[in-house]
Ligand binder design. Structure first.
Ligand SMILES: [Zn+2]
Length: 288
């Protein structure tokens, strides 16, 4: 009998260990961008013989962070959004390519956390799925503190290399400060806290990790960060567009996540899919 090769890398323990009783999870709405759909879906807007003047759609995207109240570890933040005043922080042409859309002050990270009844100053740990500018901008809140910023070793090395050499402009050196408490981990799978497991899923970036959270009542959530930008990447296995980096790695990671989702019946939260994100309850609603 043929065995799914991705099963060999995954212990069934990942589906069994629950976050402790009383764990809460909030989905934070940290703003919106709009951009050419070709960044997220390969072939978007391609013209054809029968449609030689095809135009590419523009797509509105969500910027998403996740807050977890963990009974033994305290407040844990997954990704930090684009940061305050990111439109100016990025500058041209990035702020034209990925344009801010319908800004609301209550979409600032600290305000979103306040909606949950907590203060950003009470965060005890930050987990970064990857370090692109629209996820790492909010690290500004943690400069000069001892709060650990967990990220896969490969991602941290790649981000600094890319920013230093200019090989990938969506890493900004100003989002990668030395005065934060970087903590790296390695390997293919890492249970960072009880009920919270990070799975290395390269493809969009070499060190990207998705986060699996096993909740008692709501079941398993998988936060994919930008392994999937929009639901079509997941549902139709539609490869990423101009933001794809290593296609073969992405396909292998996709197989691993398909297996993981099937085994856990997880709810999927994609990196920027507003259509999907808006089907869930946002903060102040807590999933438990
Ligand atoms: Zn992103």
């Amino acid at each position: 009998m043929l065995q799914d090769p991705s099963l060999a890398t995954m212990s069934s323990i990942h589906t069994m260990i629950q976050a402790p009783e009383g764990t809460k999870l909030w989905l934070l709405d940290c703003g919106n961008m709009e951009a050419d759909e070709g960044w997220f879906k390969r072939g978007g807007g391609t013209n054809t013989k029968s449609n030689p003047t095809a135009i590419s759609n523009r797509r509105v995207l969500s910027i998403i962070s996740v807050l977890i109240e963990h009974p033994t570890e305290g407040l844990i933040l997954f990704e930090t959004g684009a940061g305050k005043d990111y439109h100016n922080h990025w500058g041209a042409p990035l702020n034209d390519v990925f344009a801010q859309w319908n800004y609301r002050p209550d979409q600032e990270l600290d305000v979103q956390i306040a909606k949950t009844g907590h203060n950003i100053k009470d965060i005890k740990a930050v987990i970064m799925g990857h370090l692109h500018l629209d996820h790492a901008g909010g690290l500004e809140h943690f400069r000069g503190t001892d709060i650990p910023i967990y990220v896969h070793e490969t991602e941290l090395k790649h981000a600094y290399y890319s920013a230093a050499t200019g090989s990938d402009v969506v890493y900004l050196i100003k989002d990668l400060p030395f005065d934060v408490n970087w903590q790296s981990f390695s390997g293919s799978s890492h249970e960072i806290f009880q009920g919270i497991t990070l799975h290395h899923a390269p493809g969009h970036t070499p060190g990207l990790c998705i986060m699996q959270v096993n909740l008692k009542e709501s079941g398993t959530f998988i936060m994919t960060t930008d392994m999937y930008h929009v639901y079509e990447n997941w549902e139709a296995s539609h490869p990423q567009g101009w933001l794809a980096r290593d296609h073969d790695d992405w396909v292998r990671s996709h197989q691993m996540i398909k297996t993981l989702q099937r085994r856990t019946n997880a709810k999927m939260v994609f990196g920027h899919c507003k259509d999907t994100f808006d089907k869930y309850e946002h903060a102040p609603h807590a999933y438990q």
